[in-house]
Design a protein around this ligand. Structure first.
Ligand SMILES: Nc1ncnc2c1ncn2[C@@H]1O[C@H](COP(=O)(O)OP(=O)(O)O)[C@@H](O)[C@H]1O
Ligand SMILES: [Mg+2]
Length: 254
């Protein structure tokens, strides 16, 4: 099974928008695609507001709902673990009185890979799995398990979502270094949302990350809203076919 694991330099950097645009574009091309978000937190906070170019307010649904729109899955299937407080999954699970362990996350990941490869009639499909991490690469998912550990267990190639502006060089290179130290295959750093007319700083950031990180840097233009057609339109501009090339997931339980 093919797939990509989307992490980011931080929370709120565009992982969900990137994952949903990717999934929508893959789906529109006619390939079966599934999405998996190990846990969503912050559901007590309601919809997330963003500001588009020109100052227009845009309300984004919670991660698992946007990923459900992109894939046609049920939101609860995308994210089996859902919490109200806007804290890490580890703390959220502790606050809920049922602290997460790696076993539960590995079981859920195995279910997600099975979903991605299952056809409606119970056969095996040539499916693709898009996994959105939580927070950044070293964010804790469970008492003994980080986002990085999950990406290693799934053995999926990594995309790193990052901001285009000031501060992104350091955050991108730190995440890249941590990913490579864990043996992960980083396909690209994706700067998002990439403006139609990038500033000198933004263009220079993309060049610096490429040069200092010896890594591919791509950009995701602005997605105007959470509709499937718009996600697919912008996602189609990403080189997802090449990224998926050699990305074959391992059974996380093996
Ligand atoms: N390509 C993009 N188009 C439109 N908005 C974007 C884009 N990338 C990031 N954003 C903005 O950044 C906010 C955070 O993005 P999100 O994908 O939810 O981040 P994360 O999943 O990393 O927490 C979004 O609500 C949106 O306002
Ligand atoms: Mg997200």
């Amino acid at each position: 099974m093919r797939g990509l694991f989307v992490t980011g330099t931080d929370t709120g950097v565009g992982k969900t928008v990137l994952s949903a645009a990717l999934a929508a574009a893959i789906s529109e091309s006619g390939l079966p695609v599934a999405a998996y978000k190990p846990a969503v937190t912050g559901l007590d906070d309601g919809a997330e507001e963003g500001v588009l170019d020109g100052g227009v307010q845009q309300v984004w649904p919670p991660d698992h709902e946007l990923l459900a729109t992109a894939t046609g899955m049920a939101p609860e299937q995308v994210a089996p673990l859902r919490y109200g407080p806007a804290v890490s999954p580890l703390l959220a699970s502790q606050l809920a009185g049922a602290p997460l362990g790696s076993r539960r996350l590995l079981d859920d990941a195995a279910t997600a890979t099975a979903t991605a490869t299952a056809t409606a009639d119970g056969g095996e499909a040539d499916g693709t799995l898009i996994v959105e991490g939580v927070g950044g690469l070293l964010s804790p998912l469970a008492e003994d398990f980080t986002v990085c550990d999950l990406a290693v267990a799934l053995a999926l190639p990594l995309l790193i979502a990052a901001r285009p502006g000031l501060g992104t060089i350091n955050h991108s290179l730190l995440t890249l270094q941590a990913a490579r130290a864990a043996g992960l295959d980083v396909r690209a750093i994706v700067l998002t949302p990439w403006p139609e007319e990038p500033s000198r700083l933004e263009s220079s950031n993309a060049e610096a990350i490429t040069r200092f990180g010896f890594v591919e840097v791509d950009t995701l233009p602005c997605v105007a809203g959470p509709e499937l057609a718009e996600l697919a339109r912008v996602g189609a501009q990403l080189p997802w076919r090449r990224w998926l090339g050699a990305g074959v997931a391992r059974d996380p339980l093996s």
